[in-house]
Design a protein around this ligand. Structure first.
Ligand code: IPM
Ligand code: MG
Length: 357
């Protein structure tokens, strides 16, 4: 019986709807397994800009720092497209990751048997299932590097710099290799070492870290090839570890292979057990408040929270099993609907999963 305090940041667009369903699932878990989850709500993203003029208020960071973990919905939307760069809603995400020291982002891409036909690849390519984990470096690289405008060869130019230190590379590689030990013991380091100096440093450090994990098979692949291999033969991958920007791009690609971006959760972790958990889909403003969003990614995100932050494996498994059950029953939100299945809204899908806990 544990007590856990969770900061909840619903955010913008479909964020609040899917987060609500994830919170309800946690409550159901609490009842069944006798844990006490308490929730403290905080603002970030566009709604925070509207309410207090900044995308990541100090109060939100304080609430997160005093919690055991954070559950986040999504941030951003067209309403805030024209606010200055430093205050865009997306900056709230980057700020949370940096301020909370969450350098390791785990993005699993798994195909559920019941949804095999939602996969846009030919059946023979994904036959037997797919289970990839992308480990994305989250607080370094070009998203956090020096940036600005200056005079260049052709007049004014903009620049964003990619920098990685050995320390940053080492800790994410360690993380990936550690996780691989619990899986199929295969890590593919994705980079652009034929062009980028930072990638060459990644390879050097990766090789050093690997020495501590003799059982893990470590391979390297250029990112352009990796993008191709993900659709050509995705089953060759177990764990993929990569930089912030490459991980951003490849995780969207991997998610689509599973059938819908509405299915994939993520965990952002630092040195300790504290983590931030969020669906990898964005705020989808076009379907916000229409009860159309798929809450499964958010719900699976709290399963990851139970597993990685609270070490409640049984409870996490119960959520994953509940998701599997509703999918096997043919229950679907619009993003994964197909002829012969039952169409549900966000709320109804959330309730169906809660009822299976
Ligand atoms: C993601 C998103 C964010 C990122 C954006 C919204 C800043 O695309 O979590 O993948 O690039 O990290
Ligand atoms: Mg992204």
């Amino acid at each position: 019986m544990g007590k856990y305090k969770i900061a909840v940041i619903p955010g913008d667009g479909i964020g609040p709807e899917v987060t609500q369903e994830a919170v309800n699932v946690l409550k159901a878990i609490g009842e069944k397994f006798q844990h006490t989850f308490t929730f403290e709500y905080a603002l970030a993203g566009g709604c925070a800009i509207d309410a207090c003029g900044e995308c990541l208020p100090e109060e939100t960071l304080e609430i997160c720092k005093h919690s055991n973990s954070v559950m986040l919905g999504a941030v951003g939307g067209p309403k805030w497209d024209n606010v200055p760069n430093a205050q865009r809603p997306e900056k709230a995400l980057l700020g949370l990751r940096a301020e909370l020291g969450l350098f390791s982002n785990l993005r699993p891409a798994k195909i559920y048997d019941a949804l095999a036909e939602a996969c846009p690849l030919k059946a023979e390519i994904v036959k037997g299932g797919l289970d990839i984990l992308i480990v994305r470096e989250l607080t370094g690289g070009i998203y956090f590097g020096e940036r600005g405008y200056r005079q260049g060869k052709y007049g004014e130019e903009a620049y964003d710099v990619e920098t990685y230190s050995e320390v940053e590379i080492k800790r994410i590689l360690k993380n990936a290799l550690e996780i691989a030990m619990q899986r199929d013991k295969k890590v593919c380091c994705v980079d652009k070492a034929n062009v980028l100096e930072t990638s060459r440093l990644w390879r050097k450090v990766a090789q050093e870290v690997k020495n501590d994990y003799p059982e893990v098979e470590l391979t390297y692949m250029y990112v352009d090839n990796a993008a191709m291999q993900l659709v050509r033969n995705p089953k060759q991958f177990d764990v993929m570890v990569t930089s912030n920007m490459f991980g951003d791009i490849l995780s969207d690609e991997a998610s689509m292979i599973t059938g819908s971006i509405g299915l994939l959760p993520s965990a952002s972790l630092g040195e300790g057990t504290f983590g931030m958990y969020e669906p990898i889909h964005g705020s989808a403003p076009d379907i916000a408040r229409e009860n159309k969003a798929n809450p499964i990614a958010a719900i699976l995100s709290v399963a990851m929270m139970l597993k990685y932050s609270f070490h409640l494996t049984k409870e996490a498994d119960a959520i994953e099993a509940a998701v599997k059950t509703v999918l096997e029953k043919g229950l679907r939100t619009p993003d994964i609907f197909s002829q012969g299945t039952t169409l549900l809204g966000t709320k109804e899908m959330g309730e169906a999963i809660q009822n299976c806990i």
